[in-house]
Design a protein. Structure first.
Ligand SMILES: Nc1ncnc2c1ncn2[C@@H]1O[C@H](COP(=O)(O)OP(=O)(O)OP(=O)(O)O)[C@@H](O)[C@H]1O
Ligand SMILES: [Mg+2]
Lengths: 254, 285
């Protein structure tokens, strides 16, 4: 893995309403081939960071760089052609379209690549290939997530931004989704993933950031962060109980 | 009696055309546009008043359709600008507000004196099995069938159709993929502006001749669209034609003729009751 930086934010300050900054100088980067996790409490600005990178939020100061080129504030259509893909937190498939049509929307800017890319995506997720004609609205949450990520892969992005892909899924489906993300990453796509489910995210990530009040409060490898006493106290602490609640109930006392 | 039923075909075809516009708008922008017929009424009254100044009919019609289209696009842009982040219910309520605003403006601009509309198409026609088919029946019916086929093919088979449906379902997600949401929005509202205005121009001579009366054609149009569950174009066509023929038939019987409008409401209610199981309204959201 060459230490070449694909995507980077420098002192990013951004917000929705005039005078209210949600990001207060955020510095994060993703290296080529890396899987980077962004965790942090609710309202820390994780989604806002992704939206700011993707030109959906007003940037007050700072920069976003893609392979060293400035892409600060560029709109989605430009970013997509430059090789940045994003899957939003909610409502991420087109329910009235079939899986195939959903994927077709992904290759909107390069329709000629459709055949080649759909082969790639269905080799990654063979299940999709078998169900291309099914309406996306009839899929389960985990399947929808798979469609949405695949659709973002249709443009052959160099970096993929994922906002809480495991949100709202059952533990088994969450695991499947994390495996899917890791698989996409292994296929050569750099990934920045925002996750509520911090522990699991840090397990699959090369590196991670803890975002707090719009700043990158801590960073390090997944393992370092998981074992950092401050991170555990300030953030994973709440998750430790969460973790205990989901894993220990059936077997405790046996 | 058959004569009355067949004469209902003109109205039926126009109900179908208007219903098709409603379905097309719904499927391509997620909006149930209650203001659509008011926009058409704007066009129709513009046409009459222009013809009244001595302008040739076809020029007046072209200008009228252009006016209707501009109003339609403005409405679409307003919804895009201010309501793109909201759900179907809020957008639909916004079109009801637009309907009320248009009714008020229409009343100021055109007043409520009934107009007499010239009907350029009723002059030609033919007689089959003793029933006369006039030019407007043929044109309206032909237009309804052609529009159904065209929309069906466009929405299901073409890339643009898929994109329009994508934008309708999830405008924000579509934007994140780089789809040209604004351009697609303008295409939709231009299209329904043209077809909606032309439809009202066709029906105006046989229907009500005031702005409010024409605006309320949204009722039978909604009934036709409901018949198709706001999804099926072919069932919308059938629904419109059925509704037209039923009102044609009932107008033949003097006793029930005055209740024609009530009949349309009854039709809507019946469809709603039968459609309950479908729950089309929110499923696709
Ligand atoms: N569209 C918006 N307009 C105004 N303020 C917003 C908007 N979206 C988010 N915010 C505010 O920005 C702050 C950060 O929100 P953000 O969605 O980035 O948090 P998050 O870290 O993703 O939280 P979560 O874990 O709940 O998804 C919150 O205080 C929120 O109220
Ligand atoms: Mg979030």
């Amino acid at each position: 893995m060459a230490n070449e930086i694909v995507l980077e934010t420098k002192d990013l300050v951004a917000g929705y309403l005039p005078g209210v900054n949600i990001l207060n100088g955020c510095n994060v980067y993703v290296q080529k081939g890396e899987l980077v996790g962004i965790i942090g409490p609710n309202g820390a600005g994780k989604s806002t960071l992704l939206k700011a990178i993707f030109g959906q939020v007003n940037i007050r100061s700072g920069q976003v760089l893609l392979g060293g080129d400035e892409i600060t504030g560029l709109k989605a259509d430009k970013l997509v052609t430059k090789g940045v893909g994003m899957v939003p937190q909610n409502n991420n498939v087109f329910p009235s379209l079939t899986i195939e049509e959903n994927l077709e929307m992904g290759s909107y800017q390069k329709p000629k690549m459709f055949k080649e890319r759909i082969d790639f995506v269905t080799s990654l997720f063979p299940e999709l290939g078998r169900r291309l004609k099914q309406r996306a609205g009839s899929l389960s949450g985990g399947e929808r997530q798979m469609v949405a990520m695949s659709r973002a892969l249709m443009m052959d992005p160099s970096v993929l931004l994922l906002d809480e892909p495991s949100a709202g899924l059952s533990p088994v489906r969450q695991d499947e989704t994390f495996i899917n993300v890791a698989q996409i990453n292994r296929a050569g796509v750099s990934v920045m993933i925002v996750e509520q489910n911090a522990r699991r995210a840090l397990q699959i990530c090369d590196r991670g950031y803890v975002l707090d009040q719009g700043r990158d409060a801590y960073s390090g490898t997944g393992r370092t962060l998981m074992n950092d006493p401050k991170v555990i106290e300030l953030y994973l602490g709440t998750l430790a109980t969460d973790h205990a609640a989901t894993t220990s109930t059936p077997t405790v006392g046996g | 009696m058959i004569e009355s039923t067949i004469s209902g075909l003109v109205n039926g075809s126009v109900y179908a055309l208007l219903g098709l516009c409603l379905v097309a708008t719904y499927r391509t922008s997620g909006v149930l546009n209650f203001a659509q017929t008011a926009v058409g009424a704007f066009a129709a009254l513009t046409a009459v008043d222009l013809i009244g100044t001595g302008m040739p009919t076809w020029v007046a019609w072209l200008i009228a359709i252009a006016v209707g289209t501009v109003v339609s696009v403005l409405l679409g842009l307003m919804l895009y600008r201010w309501f793109s982040q909201t759900g179907a219910r809020i957008k639909t309520s916004a079109t009801i507000a637009a309907l009320l605003a248009l009714l008020a403006i229409g009343d100021r601009v055109f007043g409520d004196t009934p107009r007499s509309f010239v009907d350029p198409f009723s002059l030609f026609g033919f007689t089959l099995w003793g029933v006369r088919f006039t030019g407007d029946t043929i044109i309206a019916l032909g237009a309804a069938v052609v529009l159904t086929i065209a929309l069906d093919v466009m929405l299901r088979r073409t890339r643009t159709g898929h994109r329009l449906r994508a934008v309708a379902g999830r405008p924000l997600t579509a934007e994140l993929l780089g789809l040209p949401v604004l351009a697609l929005t303008i295409i939709v509202w231009t299209f329904v502006g043209v077809v909606g205005s032309a439809s009202i121009l066709i029906i105006a001579p046989t229907a009500s001749s005031t702005f409010t009366g024409l605006s309320l054609l949204v009722l039978p149009a909604t009934a036709a669209a409901l018949f198709g569950g706001f999804e099926s174009l072919w069932l919308t066509l059938v629904g419109g034609l059925l509704l037209g023929m039923i009102s044609g038939l009932t107008s033949y019987f003097a006793v029930i003729a005055p209740y024609n409008a009530t009949l349309q409401l009854a039709f809507v209610t019946l469809i709603l009751i039968f459609k309950q199981r479908g729950e089309r309204w929110d499923e696709a959201r």
